[in-house]
Design a protein around this ligand. Structure first.
Ligand SMILES: NC(=O)c1ccc[n+]([C@@H]2O[C@H](COP(=O)([O-])OP(=O)(O)OC[C@H]3O[C@@H](n4cnc5c(N)ncnc54)[C@H](O)[C@@H]3O)[C@@H](O)[C@H]2O)c1
Length: 274
């Protein structure tokens, strides 16, 4: 039933922000497989179109998926994504925010403009998506944000990203508190290392991948599909009593220490590693 009390027809709709790549693209695939009409939204509209075009059809609602351009740091752009009814007429049941970016720089040396830009995408963007989700998701629906292991585990040189994801984790709890009475659940998934276009460049630094693996009890990175499976569960009725949860998904990496990225970079620059 929708927030207005009507029973909507058609497939349930899901919006995946940051859906053009990596974890977001895997989430879009998984939710399409689950039967949602998926709106793949991303700053890279062309890549979003390619992902949407490759999604499995919703039974009985062929062609239900769509692609949209969106800039998560722009309030009007995020609002426009949610204003237009888009794919499906079964109500907006799931919103997943996977848009994110990172940088490497110490507290001493990181330019403030770079700090602000990482916060703008990960935290302010996360807020804007949550705000629109609060206004548009139907009673019984759910929101999931992608936070990170770095929301709870510090990484040297990752102050902007860690601070932004920690902020988004707390925002998840606040939004859950506020939206519970409206029947909207709000959770987050905090992955450890998943090799995607975001993390691939760091994997080229000698020693980095091995350090991640050595600090992961299960001994390997995760896959985008494993993260998508957790998101699928969190937006489904199977998790109907869970809200305000920031779910670790990292092969146990939170029990160990974060890799010394700066040390690997320094050793690479000094020609000592690799
Ligand atoms: N890959 C990992 O190891 C990992 C670990 C923990 C958390 N995360 C988080 O998971 C999420 C997805 O990461 P990924 O590895 O799939 O990255 P990715 O770079 O493959 O995908 C991120 C997507 O977000 C989009 N995006 C970036 N900035 C945007 C903006 N301003 N407006 C709209 N779209 C924007 C990009 O175009 C891209 O399609 C991110 O929030 C990331 O911080 C990733």
């Amino acid at each position: 039933m929708s927030a207005t009390g009507e029973t909507p027809a058609g497939p349930r709709r899901a919006i995946v922000v940051g859906g053009a790549s990596g974890i977001g693209a895997a989430v879009a695939h998984r939710l399409a497989t689950d039967g949602y009409a998926v709106v793949v939204a991303d700053r890279d509209a062309e890549a979003a179109r390619a992902v949407a075009a490759a999604l499995p059809a919703v039974p009985g609602a062929g062609g239900a998926h769509e692609a949209r351009g969106v800039e998560v740091t722009d309030e009007a752009s995020v609002a426009a994504l949610f204003e237009d009814p888009a794919a499906g007429d079964g109500g907006l049941w799931a919103v997943v925010n996977s848009a994110g970016t990172s940088t490497l720089g110490t507290v001493r040396d990181l330019p403030v403009a770079e700090f602000r830009s990482v916060l703008d995408v990960n935290l302010t963007g996360g807020f804007l998506v949550l705000q629109q989700a609060a206004r548009h998701v139907v009673r019984g629906g759910a929101v999931v944000s992608l936070t990170s292991l770095n929301a709870r585990q510090p990484g040297g040189g990752m102050g902007a990203y860690c601070a932004a994801k920690a902020g988004l984790a707390m925002l998840t709890e606040v939004a859950a508190l506020e939206l519970g009475p409206a029947g909207i659940r709000v959770n987050a998934v905090s992955p450890g290392l998943v090799v995607t276009p975001l993390t691939a460049p760091a994997m080229d630094i000698p020693g980095v991948r091995d350090d991640y693996v050595a600090n992961t009890p299960l001994g390997r990175p995760g896959t985008p599909e494993e993260v998508a499976a957790a998101v699928s569960w969190l937006v489904s009725e199977e998790s109907a009593w869970m809200t305000g949860e920031v779910m670790d998904l990292n092969g146990g990496a939170h029990t160990m220490r974060y890799p010394d990225l700066l040390g690997h970079v320094d050793r690479m620059l000094a020609g000592l590693e690799g």
